[in-house]
Write a protein that binds this ligand. Sequence first.
Ligand SMILES: Nc1ncnc2c1ncn2[C@@H]1O[C@H](COP(=O)(O)OP(=O)(O)OP(=O)(O)O)[C@@H](O)[C@H]1O
Length: 615
Amino acid sequence: MQRSENSVFKRRKRQEESQAKPMNERFVYQDDEVIDKPFNWVEFRRLFAYMKPYARQMLPLIALMMVLGTMTKLAVPYLTSQAIDKAITVPNLKLLLTLTGMVLVLYIIQWGANVYRIKYTNIIGQRVIYDLRADLFKHIQKLSFNFFDKRPAGSVLVRVTNDINSLQDLFTNGAVNVLIDCVQLSGIIVILLLINWKLALAVMLTVPLMFIISTRLRVRIRRAWQDVRMKNSRINSHLNESIQGIRVTQAYTQEHENMAFFDRMNLSSKNSWDKASAMNQGFGPLIEITGGLGTLVLFWFGSYLIESNQLTIGYLVAFATYVGNFWDPINRLGQMYNQLLVAMASSERIFEFMDEKPAISDKPGAVPLPPIRGDIELENIVFEYEKGRQALKGISLSVKAGESIALVGHTGSGKSTIINLLSRFYDITSGKLTIDGYDIRDVQVESLRSQISIVLQDTFIFSGTIRENIRFGRLEATDEEIEAAAKAVHAHEFITQLPGGYETEVEERGTVLSMGQRQLLSFARSLLANPRILILDEATASIDTETEVKIQDALKVLLKGRTSFMVAHRLSTIRNADNIIVLDHGEIVESGNHDQLMKKQGVYRGLVEAQFRFL
Ligand SMILES: Nc1ncnc2c1ncn2[C@@H]1O[C@H](COP(=O)(O)OP(=O)(O)OP(=O)(O)O)[C@@H](O)[C@H]1O
């Protein structure tokens, strides 16, 4: 079985290698892994600063346990040498029993010290990881739309999960183990030199050789692991995209194509892992061979020293044990160095996100926007998502408080862009946008957004109950207020028909609910928020004609006394708007109410007639 699986993998590997060009290039993922950067001390200090709050409290205890554990470990071979030389070669049962008792006590102390050290290092490690993850998540929440426009959700996920996890080992074991190994190494070197400096130097002759070989090997190992992480990161991005798009995939029966693509990624990641792990496995035996050379020198030169009465058998045995213990920390330090570089690469990626400044933030001295009436002025607004490509080309518009504005136009004409600018999800490239005379760039973002409510076509429902989803509009709302809002927008009927009523649990994106029901919930959420400015972006697109009649009533309630912007392709919903703005390629081409525009025989009339013909 094992063999056949291996041969399948080998065959697939050959297939993969023979196809230089991927067979399916629908999905393109940027590699965001930094290969081979020099060790960055600034970031290293920044990372370890996360230990600071806990260091004073716990580090002295950990250091004490560490020294205690290492000292007891180093004392055992010395006591063994004394037992051989003074109690076995020249039999002395009493001394032998005393020394055995001492060794036993040392082992118990060593065990206790290790248990406490591991416990406290784990506590510090977990707290550091908790703080890092919390800081990163908090920061990501503040980042602006343009940040998410540029990155697939999967790659953001990878940083909060994988990259943070890869630091976990460093903080829980790694950092302390390095110290222990350094203390142990220094202790062993001192003891070896004290027992017999000639033998010590002879044994350590092999160290530089090993150092040179292993440094070269380690660079290759590190690159191989970077490759593994890069491929895993791509798998995560693809996985996220596949799950989000599963309905489209199934509708177009693209499962096999997707599977083949995933399989290639998966296989490529497995192959990289095999390669990296094979290199890693080579590292251990290399240390062992060099260690074996050292042992050869030890016994050859050691027996000469015994013969010439410069060393006792007991000391030779102790020497052999110390030398045995000498290679372990060196081996671990080599691995730790790799682990540290991996962790540094991860921390670099984490800090890169943390250093990302939100494109939209309060400027110094920004004042809170006082409760607004809802007068809006757009003066010659130009906006570019990408430099040199204007989505809006000089929009001017004056809106009085309480007016309802409808934005219509062909797809891509700039309707949603205007809406995005009103809530300051993006900053305008040039021009001026004021609300009640306040330039929206001069006021605090939170005070602006809290007075504007947006209902989108693809309403986002969070995991939780229906009640909590409506409450999202105003967290302090009472249950009665929530139900009143639901009744006003005709959502109460369908909610009470659900098995759990208002307490029905809905999952992320609201899969239990139909699109129309989700929109009604979103209406209730907005009504509850009681905003001065209301934005409806294709908000009635998924509502059936019967519900639409009800919704028109609800909209009257919802829009009353508020300034509102409505984007709708279904033109019947905007008939009653005070002002209909017709956009084309980022410019206003017509404006007026329904009757005025119908008389004009222009773009709007064309759109209405096209829709009528279509029906
Ligand atoms: N996040 C973005 N990054 C870059 N360009 C964008 C982005 N969003 C929209 N655009 C571009 O800006 C222009 C206006 O888009 P917008 O979404 O405002 O159109 P719309 O009128 O709302 O279209 P629709 O009716 O299809 O929703 C389009 O050319 C579009 O390609």
